[in-house]
Ligand binder design. Sequence first.
Ligand SMILES: NC(=O)c1ccc[n+]([C@@H]2O[C@H](COP(=O)([O-])OP(=O)(O)OC[C@H]3O[C@@H](n4cnc5c(N)ncnc54)[C@H](OP(=O)(O)O)[C@@H]3O)[C@@H](O)[C@H]2O)c1
Length: 232
Amino acid sequence: MNSKKICIVGASGKLGRYMIQQALDRGYEVVGVCRERSVSKLEAFKGRITVIPGATNDCQVIKKAVAGCDGVLTVLVPWGVHQYATGTAQAVLDYAQPGARLIFSCGWHISRDGQDVYPQSLKRDEKLARWLGRLTHLIDIDDQVEACRRVFVSDTRWTVVRGSDLEEGESQGLPVWSKHVGDPILESNITRRVDYALFMVAALENDSLIHEAPAIVGCRTPSALAHTSAAQ
Ligand SMILES: NC(=O)c1ccc[n+]([C@@H]2O[C@H](COP(=O)([O-])OP(=O)(O)OC[C@H]3O[C@@H](n4cnc5c(N)ncnc54)[C@H](OP(=O)(O)O)[C@@H]3O)[C@@H](O)[C@H]2O)c1
């Protein structure tokens, strides 16, 4: 069993709760951060994790939550127009203990080096999200972009896991990944959310992913099955 301590920032969401379960299964001690109003979503884990309620972009909340943690799993979401994702990423970068493994989640639309080739459907969705965001002030894609830019230039031990479209369902196993969207192995563009969580948690112990921004896809999808042996 593993006796390391980790923090999950954004623990009450769907991805966060899957990550909690998988981290507990692996023997980690878990600290979870979520908005005060969402603490009840973590009821199922009562007594098994430490919950720190608060905004994830609040430095004092993050400072307290990540103290003594060997790893931090951060769910970056583009909600709101107050640089929530950027503030969250910056707080984690600033306060995680030196040498901690930092794993961040985002979507395929984030590009580390501009070498990704996006399907038309994804370009359309992003355009729509930006338009809706400007209209409703509920979502700000550029906030997640800026959050990841700050992670990419940091000298911490980071990994940014870029998720494809997600679906619910039983685990199919660890997703496969590639450096760039547009690579044939990713073509199916679907991952089970539970397996996204699996990849995030497994990344804590996978040093070959340090300073990588893997774009992931489900390991049982047609494109993964067709191209996995070639990729390896
Ligand atoms: N959904 C997709 O199809 C998709 C595709 C690719 C990548 N991803 C990535 O996967 C990760 C998880 O996404 P998900 O869609 O599956 O969502 P999720 O796991 O349900 O998480 C949503 C998170 O956003 C928080 N949140 C919701 N509304 C908020 C608000 N107004 N202000 C601040 N925080 C708010 C939630 O906190 P509360 O519990 O407090 O509400 C929760 O922590 C994200 O990094 C996302 O970019 C998602």
